[in-house]
Design a protein around this ligand. Sequence first.
Ligand code: ADP
Ligand code: ASP
Ligand code: MG
Length: 595
Amino acid sequence: MSLIVQKFGGTSVADAEKIRAAARKAIRAQQQGHGVVVVVSAMGKNTDRLLELARDVNEKPPARELDMLVSTGEQVSVALVAMAIDALGSKAVSLTGGQMGIRTDSTYTKARIQSINTERIERWLNEGYIVIAAGFQGIDEDLNITTLGRGGSDTTAVALAAVLGASACEIYTDVDGVYTTDPRALPEARRVEVISYDEMLELASLGAGVMHSRSIEFAKKFGVPIHVRSSFSDIEGTMIVAEPESETSPVSGATLTRDEARVTVHGVPDVPGTSLEIFSGIAARKISIDMIVQNVGRHGRADISFSVPTSELSATLEAVREAAERIGAERVTYDQDVAKVSVVGLGMAKQTGVAHQMFRALADADVNIQMITTSEIKISALVARDAAQTALRTVHRVFNLESTPSDAKSWEQIRAERSERADVETLVTRLREDALEELTLTGIAMVDHQALLTLRGVPDQPGIAADIFDAIGNAGIFVDMIVQGIDAENGRTSISLTFPQDELPRCLEVAAQLKQQYGLEDFHGTEEIAKLTVSGIGLRSHTSVGTGMFRALAEAGINVQMINTSELQVNAVVDGKQAQKGLVALEAAFAEALR
Ligand code: ADP
Ligand code: ASP
Ligand code: MG
């Protein structure tokens, strides 16, 4: 018997009528001959309401009790859905996370799934019941109730689909698919028919709230196709699968996270191990930070900035202030009024000038970029919060996201092409029963013979980044990593970029012109650098990867000069002469995870 997992989000079970509609969908699937597991979220805004209640009685509620509280939201809805199915004449049973044997670690409010014991679910299915599974929750070793983090019911659904070997995982929600950006934020957003795991993972992690990013880690690891579709209509939605919609378009989606904060640690002694100190305290609190920018050191000291969701700001500052004191950094500053706009696309890895196009468009729209980071499939810019909406609309327009790419493939086409191939590979063929959400690494690599150029004292005004990359683009230089960070000393910024070593002389010429033209303070070229890369799935949310990398390099006495992160890769730029040693250190540090 084939099995289908259907997941209904909060708005899809918000009242009795909607609960009945969900029940009918489940019954219909069963009548078509499938085994059916239904995963449900708390009704409507119930989780928010419960969290408010908690804050009313305690400003800093203990995390264990928070999970005990919010998990009740899902318990209400599974029972109601089961009753609705019963009323319609079919058999249904509701199960909590614990009853389904969803075992997690003990990180309350963001627990990870370790194992799922499918026995009980399978027994009910075999007896002809529709199983109604509470989303977002599990239990730890000590039978404490845990939750997976906001939006985590998606992860419950995809995890169940993976371990039960379901033929489909349908995510029913209040939009009719995945759009090029949040259609509530931008009406011109386009619904896509297909999107790749890699792109969706990155978009979700950068703020596309339609899917919990960890659900996409599961889907990619275990090759689960996801169908995101509307609860309120029957139209086909979006398939999230291994293949992208288009092979040529550089950008397939854009996101905005309005509630970001920028944190800067000033005057960090520029010696191996200091970044490790800063980031390990943050990682230990399971906070995933983004946009890490290290301004190349002056007088033996550097400034390190990064972005973090404002909801995590106070915990982050606590960690960072402790670390700053230990390592003798000068001070910590932050800005809460920023937003992050990002673009994502597999295609940008193979094309030049994508970042430049984004900077130019933002400059033309008079949006000042405070920080920039790039990685292989995404570019992020930090802007003032009041410029956020303009920034999103601008990048959406410049990459033509409202129109379907000319080479776009339908899900039908992709499916047909698949059947011509021998086998569709999944990354993880053997389920490690005790470590479902454990870190999955796919490789460690080094690219050497690279060079680094840093422009210091760049005036902080709209258009400068675009002008600089115009000049570099016109010289035909293929730029890899780009970071721009604030230089709080003088209200200016600094921009660093990497490129192949043989381009350095030309880059220095361009830099000399730029210095004259824009009144830069100075510039500095480093001839021999190398990029060390750790690749895997869900690297930003597995906060241990960044720290593990810093630790391994610090212990080998290697200074990290630049870093960038995505869900798929963490890259560190190091001195070329030490790169081989760094590679060996990383291979040793991650040997376990690579096996
Ligand atoms: P559910 O309760 O069903 O899980 P969510 O509110 O978590 O629903 O997710 C659906 C919402 O995600 C949509 O209403 C939409 O506003 C938002 N969203 C954000 N980014 C996107 C996107 N790229 N495509 C579609 N919806 C998006
Ligand atoms: N009810 C939880 C939340 O609101 C989980 C979910 O809906 O996915 O975050
Ligand atoms: Mg959701």
